[in-house]
Write a protein that binds this ligand. Structure first.
Ligand code: LLP
Length: 438
C-alpha cells in the first residue's frame, strides 16, 4: 500500500512534513490551522496559486506572444483570489451577474473581463455593459438580439465573441462535456454562419472573434486540435463570404490536473505546444492573420493549491464489509465525488510518518448515503480527532458548496511563508437565517 508521504505531489507545491509527522503547507502546520480556525477548513497555498498563473502565461506566451490568459473564476471566487489574479496580470472569465459584482468589488479592471454563459438575463447583460465588461461571449441568437437592444438603449457597442459548438468529444465525464453537438452551450455548427452574418449586420455590437470550450478535466490534446481545425476552417470561410476578421479566438479552459497518483495529467507545456503549433500552422495554411489567443483555465490554476481539512469522528468498522470514517464535512462542501464520481486522495495530517495499514472509506456527515468523499483509501490507523487532509480541493468545491442540513459553509485561509490569512470566515446560524423572512 502507498505510504502517506508518497502522496505529497498531489498536495500544494509548498507541502512538507515536520519532525512531529505533521503535514505542513505554505510553512503552516495544518494541525495548528485546524486548531485555530476549526474544521472543515479550506486552505490555499498562495505561492502555488501564483506559480500556476505564471506558468500559463509563460508556457503559452513563449510559444505564442499574443496570448491572453483569463482565469475562469467559477472554479474558485473570493476577493483575495481576484486580487491575486490581478497582480499576476491575468484577465478573468465570469459567468453571472454575481461574479461580475464580486470581481468589480475586488477592484478588477473590467475591460479585462470576458462574459460567457448560455442564458444570461437582460439584467446581467445590462450590468455587464454598465460596468464596462470587455467582451461578451454570445451563446445564442436570443442573447444576440437582446444584447443588441440593450446596447442600443445604453448607447454602447460591446465587442463580442461568438461561442460555437465544434462537435468534438473531449472524452471526459459527460456532466463536464460541452463541445459536442448535443449540448446546451454554444451555437451549433448548422447555425454558425447565420450567427456571424447576423452579428456583422448589426450596428449595436462589434464581432471580434470566435470562442469554443469543449469540456473540463480534458487529458488529451487532440480534441483542442480538432476544434481548432474546425473553427479556423469556418473562420476562413466567413472571411471570404462576409469579410469577417478573426481578431480573437478563445479555446476555452479544460486543462486537466492530477487528483490521484494513478491518473497523471499532462503538463501545461503539453497543451501549450499542441494548441499554439496547431493555431500557427492552420492560420498559415488558410492565410489567416494569427488572432489573439484566449485561454480560460479555471481548475488548473487552483485545484492543486487547495486542501480541505476535516476532523475524523465516528469510526464504524463492519467486519468483512467496510470501515467508515465519518468526518465533519462532506458533500455540502465538496459535492464533486457525489456528482461526478470524482476521485481524490487524502492523508492523516497528524500521522504523516506512520505506516499505512488499513483501507477505509471516508464518509461525510450529511444525510445521504451518497455522501462519500473517498472510498477504499489506504491510511494509517484512524482515530476520532485525527485531521484528514484531502488533496486537490481548490477547484469547484467551495463554489459548489451548499447549506444542506443547515450546515455552515467552511472558513477559508490563504497560507504563505508560515502565515495564515482568513479570506472567508465560517458561516454562522445568523448567516443561514439572514434571507429567511418567513
Ligand atoms: N471557460 C468556460 C466557458 C467554462 O464553461 C469553463 C468551465 C471554463 C472555461 C474553465 O474550465 P476548467 O479549466 O476549470 O476545466 N464543476 C466541474 C467542472 C465544471 C466546468 C464548468 N465550466 C468539476 O468540478 O469537475
Amino acid at each position: 500500500m502507498t505510504e502517506q508521504i508518497s502522496k505529497l505531489p498531489l498536495f500544494p507545491v509548498n507541502t512538507g512534513v515536520d519532525n512531529r509527522g505533521h503535514l505542513v503547507i505554505g510553512g503552516c502546520d495544518t494541525m495548528a490551522l485546524a486548531a485555530e480556525f476549526g474544521t472543515p477548513l479550506y486552505l490555499f497555498d498562495e505561492s502555488g496559486l501564483r506559480s500556476q498563473c505564471a506558468a500559463f502565461k509563460t508556457e503559452f506566451g513563449k510559444r505564442y506572444a499574443d496570448t491572453n490568459v483569463i482565469y475562469a473564476c467559477k472554479a474558485f471566487i473570493n476577493k483575495a483570489m481576484i486580487r491575486l489574479v490581478m497582480e499576476e496580470g491575468l484577465g478573468l472569465d465570469v459567468v453571472s451577474g454575481g461574479e461580475v459584482g464580486i470581481v468589480q468589488a475586488a477592484g478588477f479592471p473590467m475591460n479585462k473581463v470576458y462574459f460567457p454563459g448560455n442564458n444570461k438575463s437582460a439584467e446581467e447583460l445590462a450590468l455587464a455593459l454598465e460596468v464596462g465588461v470587455g467582451h461578451i461571449v454570445v451563446d445564442n441568437f436570443h442573447e444576440l438580439k437582446m444584447l443588441g437592444e440593450i446596447a442600443k438603449k445604453k448607447n454602447r457597442k460591446p465587442e463580442i465573441l461568438l461561442r460555437i459548438t465544434p462537435g468534438v468529444d473531449p472524452h471526459t465525464h459527460h456532466y463536464i462535456t460541452t463541445g459536442n453537438i448535443d449540448s446546451k452551450f454554444g451555437i451549433p455548427m448548422v447555425f454558425a454562419e447565420k450567427a456571424v452574418a447576423t452579428a456583422i449586420s448589426m450596428n449595436e455590437v462589434k464581432p471580434v472573434g470566435l470562442h469554443f470550450h469543449i469540456g473540463s478535466q480534458i487529458t488529451e490534446t487532440e480534441p483542442y486540435q480538432q476544434s481548432l481545425d474546425f473553427i479556423l476552417n469556418f473562420a476562413a470561410e466567413m472571411k471570404k463570404k462576409y469579410q469577417f476578421e478573426l481578431k480573437e479566438l478563445s479555446v476555452g479552459g479544460g486543462f486537466a490536473v492530477q487528483y490521484t497518483l494513478d491518473a497523471p495529467a499532462p503538463p501545461i507545456s503539453h497543451y501549450a505546444e499542441a494548441i499554439t503549433s496547431k493555431l500557427l500552422s492552420k492560420c498559415k495554411e488558410l492565410k489567416l492573420p494569427p488572432p489573439k489567443l484566449i485561454i480560460e483555465p479555471g481548475r488548473a490554476i487552483v485545484a492543486r493549491s487547495g486542501v480541505a481539512l476535516y476532523t475524523a469522528g465516528v469510526v464504524k468498522d463492519i467486519p468483512g464489509v467496510r470501515c467508515y470514517v465519518s468526518v465533519d464535512g462532506g458533500m455540502a462542501d465538496n459535492i464533486r465525488p457525489a456528482l461526478y464520481q470524482a476521485k481524490q486522495d487524502a492523508v492523516i495530517a497528524n500521522k504523516m510518518n506512520e505506516k499505512v495499514s488499513e483501507k477505509v472509506t471516508i464518509a461525510g456527515k450529511f444525510c445521504e448515503s451518497g455522501d462519500i468523499l473517498i472510498s477504499d483509501i489506504a491510511l494509517p490507523p484512524v482515530a476520532a480527532g485525527d485531521i484528514i487532509a484531502v488533496a486537490g480541493c481548490g477547484a469547484y468545491c467551495i463554489p459548489e458548496a451548499m447549506n444542506y442540513n443547515a450546515s455552515f459553509r467552511p472558513a477559508i485561509v490563504m497560507v504563505k511563508d508560515g502565515k495564515a490569512r482568513l479570506i472567508r470566515r465560517r458561516e454562522t446560524l445568523e448567516d443561514l437565517m439572514r434571507c429567511d423572512v418567513g
